[in-house]
Design a protein around this ligand. Structure first.
Ligand SMILES: Cc1cc2nc3c(=O)[nH]c(=O)nc-3n(C[C@H](O)[C@H](O)[C@H](O)COP(=O)(O)OP(=O)(O)OC[C@H]3O[C@@H](n4cnc5c(N)ncnc54)[C@H](O)[C@@H]3O)c2cc1C
Length: 479
């Protein structure tokens, strides 16, 4: 099947699955009031790839059927630039508010399938072959994939990864004729209600003896025993005037329980192979996936800058402090755009022929964005002040008596209509203050680990020789 349409995507979501939202087991995610908006938005993402086919679609290398460019295994710098354009097109649809549109996992699995050398090391040749075959299935069926890679946090003093005997973390508990049985839990599957399949792959390295926890696989969302507990919905009523963002962009996040789930062997990519588990994420994965995450962030920051300018314009706030704060958002946006460009320009080839952007610029940005995004929110709220709440609803605007009063008493500066002013500040509140905004700020702080964790580990990702050379000149000169 070639790249899917929105209608085909929605049809795929109607199968059986155990999704819990607000105390209710949801039978139909497409029509549920808390999920409908995002389901329709994601359907539009699938439609968008056909509307912008030149940017978003390419022929499958073997079947020549059209597939999403995000499934491409990049083989050159030009491929990466092409993929970047497609990722930007998708990110612009939700102005970067949906972090886990299916292109996120498409890029991840293209990166995995482009490294059979790495996945096949440590005696895992069969797992690597199955992974490459799975990626073909993914791209040819245009599957929407969610993922869960983080172990549940019970006692932080015991470290990030489960030690032998840990009863909460996901582990293998048996073999069957056709595969294995897994038990345990993982956090946090964003996009779960809108996915066809769930991916499990490594994150924090496991300690010696924790072989049973060393797993990587993909299974359909409806696999018996698989349960998803969604966080409280931040989706609001479908009125796009009242809630232009939270009516459609709540991508959801779910705690995942594997209550003795069978994983078929052909979906098993790492089966209790500790060396493989601890190595496959350490080289090309971060730079590959961060092309998607940073392009999304770049779009979101451009949007925030544009929004701040409109807010200031609506009340003619042209004082130096307001302009300085808006300039701060612009600087974050521009630095992010430039970092992505630098990473693409300095792209590199891996031994298997896979190309990724350069890692260090993206890692540096990854450390800073969790600090920048909360500041952007703060700036928008400072510029907006009480104006964020002088925002009549669509129903109030539709009332004839009220409308003439609103038009008279709530215009914007320099002849701006009341309607335009209200729309600007409603959009701003949905972006910076609503329940969706709160969730999104948490997402930006943690989606690939905290800033603290990423910055404290920066030596893992970069080469210090240039900096050492500059310092050594002074430390080693004769005196
Ligand atoms: C909205 C949202 C969506 C998510 N979606 C997904 C998903 O789709 N799939 C998935 O697998 N996971 C997902 N996650 C989980 C995410 O991957 C983890 O939250 C992330 O890895 C950080 O988890 P952590 O508890 O290890 O954070 P940590 O990095 O441990 O940070 C927690 C706190 O500890 C502090 N800290 C950590 N290390 C240090 C240190 N060395 N020194 C000082 N302080 C430190 C940090 O400052 C921070 O305050 C999501 C998370 C969120 C919030």
């Amino acid at each position: 099947m070639p790249a899917r349409t929105g209608k085909e995507f929605l049809r795929g979501l109607r199968g059986p699955r155990e999704i819990w939202v607000d105390g209710e087991r949801v039978i139909d995610v497409v029509d549920h009031p808390k999920l409908r908006g995002a389901a329709q938005a994601l359907a539009q993402v699938f439609d968008l790839q056909h509307a912008h086919a030149t940017t978003c679609l390419m022929p499958d290398p073997e079947t020549a059927e059209p597939i999403a460019v995000s499934h491409m295994i990049p083989r050159s710098r030009d491929d990466l630039v092409r993929r970047g354009r497609a990722l930007r097109e998708v990110a612009e649809y939700s102005v970067g508010l949906m972090g886990r549109t299916p292109d996120y996992m498409n890029v991840t699995y293209a990166g995995f399938a482009g490294r059979p050398d790495e996945w096949g090391a440590h005696g895992n040749e069969a797992g690597a072959e199955r992974l490459v075959a799975y990626q073909k299935f993914l791209r040819r069926n245009d599957i929407s994939l969610t993922h869960t890679i983080v172990q549940p946090t019970v006692d932080k003093a015991s470290g990030d990864a489960p030690g032998p005997g840990n009863p909460q973390a996901l582990r293998k508990v048996g073999d069957t004729a056709h595969g294995i049985v897994v038990r345990g839990a993982r956090v946090l599957a964003t996009l779960a209600p809108f996915a066809d399949e769930l991916a499990v792959y490594p994150a924090a390295p496991l300690p010696t003896g924790a072989d049973d926890y060393a797993l990587s696989f993909c299974i359909p969302m409806g696999a018996p025993g698989l349960k998803f507990l969604c966080r409280d919905s931040v989706s609001s009523s479908p009125n796009l005037f009242d809630h232009p963002l939270s009516a459609r962009f709540d991508e959801q996040d779910a705690f995942v329980i594997f209550d003795d789930v069978e994983v078929p062997r052909d979906r098993l990519f790492i089966d209790c192979n500790l060396a493989s588990y601890n190595s496959v994420m350490t080289t090309s994965w971060p730079a590959n996936i961060q092309q998607q995450t940073m392009i999304r962030a770049s779009v979101k920051l451009d949007f925030a800058w544009g929004l701040a300018l409109r807010m200031a314009g609506a009340i003619n706030a042209a004082d130096p402090e307001t302009m300085r704060m808006i300039g701060e958002i612009w600087a974050y946006a521009e630095l992010t755009r430039a970092t992505v460009a630098a990473a693409e320009a300095e792209a590199r080839e891996w031994p298997s022929g896979l190309w990724t952007p350069a890692g260090p610029p993206l890692h540096a940005l990854r450390g800073m964005l969790p600090l920048w995004f909360p500041r952007v929110t703060e700036i928008l709220r400072l510029i907006g002040s009480h104006n964020l709440f002088a925002t009549p609803t669509a129903a109030q605007m539709a009332d004839q008596d009220l409308r003439s009063l609103i038009d008279r008493y709530l215009p914007g500066a320099k002849g701006m209509s009341a309607e335009e002013r209200v729309r600007i500040f409603r959009l701003a509140w949905d972006f910076a203050g609503s329940a969706l905004a709160g969730r999104n700020e948490q997402y930006e702080r943690f989606y690939l680990g905290s800033s603290q964790r990423n910055l404290s580990r920066h030596l893992t990702f970069t080469d210090r020789s240039r900096a050492d050379r500059l310092v050594d000149r002074f430390l080693k000169e004769p005196y």
